[in-house]
Ligand binder design. Sequence first.
Ligand SMILES: Cc1ncc(COP(=O)(O)O)c(C=O)c1O
Length: 617
Amino acid sequence: MADRIAALAADAVPLVLGGDHAVAAGTWRGIARRAGHAPGLVWVDAHLDSHTATTTHSGNIHGMPLAALLGEGDAALAGVPGLPLDPARTCIVGARAWEPEERQLLERLGVRIFDMAEIARRGLTAVFRDALAIARAQGSGFGLSLDLDALDPQALPAVTCPEASGLDPRELADALLALRGCDDFLALEIVEYRPDLDADGRCARWIAEFAAAALGPDGAELRDKERRHGAANYAPLPVVFQRGEGVWLWDVAGRRYLDMMSAYSAVSFGHGHPRLVRALTEQAQRLALTSRAFFSDRLPVFLERLCATFGYERALPVNTGLEAVETALKAARKWGYTVKGIADGEAEVIACDGNFHGRSITIVGFSSHRQYRDGFGPFPPGLRRIPYGDADALEAAITPRTAAFLVEPIQGEGGIVVPPAGYLARCAEICRRHGVLLIADEVQTGLGRSGRLLACEHEGVRPDGLILGKALGGGLLPVSAFLADRAVMDVFRPGDHGSTFGGNPLAAAVGTEVLALLAETRPWENAERLGEALRAQLRTAALPCVREVRGRGLLVGVELDPAFSAARSAECLLARGIATRDTNRNVLRLAPPLVIDEATLREGADIVADTLSSLPR
Ligand SMILES: Cc1ncc(COP(=O)(O)O)c(C=O)c1O
């Protein structure tokens, strides 16, 4: 082993996967020979592995590799060619079982031992930081040797010598992420795996996770790769997330952030909700995709539940928000020709200034945002725009050719704009009077986000057509739908409209579970209460840079004075562990998952207020 490692290219970072920890004698002597000097070493282990030939109880070399690497004991191991470790740059993490002779030897040599008692007291993150400082002291390279028995055997039972109460594997994986940023990291060794005890592969999955955490590319490298190979149609903040749980996200350096963005309101139930993940994985293993050329046993159940939940006779499932909007537009036009009697090719649809309904050519044809349109014309005819929040403007714009009015009950991407009280109810009345379909785009506001199941409920409005998306996929996959009664939806005949993935069994299974969760947990109640508290807290803070705090439920916008930049405020918040973005009109968006608890939200709001109070101009 030592010979093979020593012969590796100077810039290779070997991953040694082993059984008995005695293999370490070869790994680290080989590393020392390749480098021309001894590496620093973090030894993660339940045991000290530091018997010598005179103190070992079994005579087995298993208990000796660390002592041997330090140049002590049995010549068969200690004499493997290569330089011995420097005890001052060697440390042990996670120890909880040793013979007195071992500890005496290591303490005499000056090896730092971070035992489990210390880890319990200080936390693994702090201990691991100290361990790295010891191993990296001279800046001439270091490695990490992980004996899997350092972990809690309840989580990783497939080891030879389990010891109760070890490290939490998730915490260790997070700690190992720190190695990605270390360009003096020389090698990783993971040992004591017993495949014969790992029937369900749990231990192997953790091994893969540990190796990936330590050896994966760092944030800068990943961002650069995306820049080199991706289109430049987004400008993400400089953070690379690798894991999410509930309201929290972790980046590739292991740093935790509070998610105040929820992927543009799509992650309402939090990241990785166990019931949704179960629905997804179980269905993925059964049947994921059939196309609508056939029936599946999942879609009918989803459709029935969708209609029952929102009170419509029919639902048409597609994937993304824009597809559901396109579906609504097609339904409205065809309804205009076949039911309302508009002359062929003449149908009009009215939308609002400041809208956001997606990015297809038809939909950006509606947009009042220049960048969304510039360079993408010509756009289809028959699309008109009126000011948002002005019901008189709607009445004035309607003609006999008007098929539908498409509106967001709260404009999300437009800057979290809440229309004047009574607006939606008046629009509904005007549409009814003129025989125009009222179509509500609740892709962002729906499913509890605004403090009601649907934002239209704030004004007691039942639109003729309802567009849902984002949170309908549980933050796991794209699921969207257009809902309407038969009088509208029955304009579609087989072949009129479709999508290969729309209504697939996987989406239907997740969507069905989302609807079950909605009914059982009523997340809009939390959104209503906590959204009110969040806005009150931010208003009370009376921040000089803030022009207005607005929104409904947990869709909150903080509009900044033009002397300040909402984009800059999002960068400052990221540095303080809050992940969110600005949106149009110089607005900072605050839209955490609806499952957030009061204390976490209050702490998050404290950080937001503190950050905004010292925001540079
Ligand atoms: C109100 C509204 N409609 C439609 C869309 C488009 O959804 P998607 O990005 O899934 O196409 C969005 C996206 O932000 C939205 O906020």
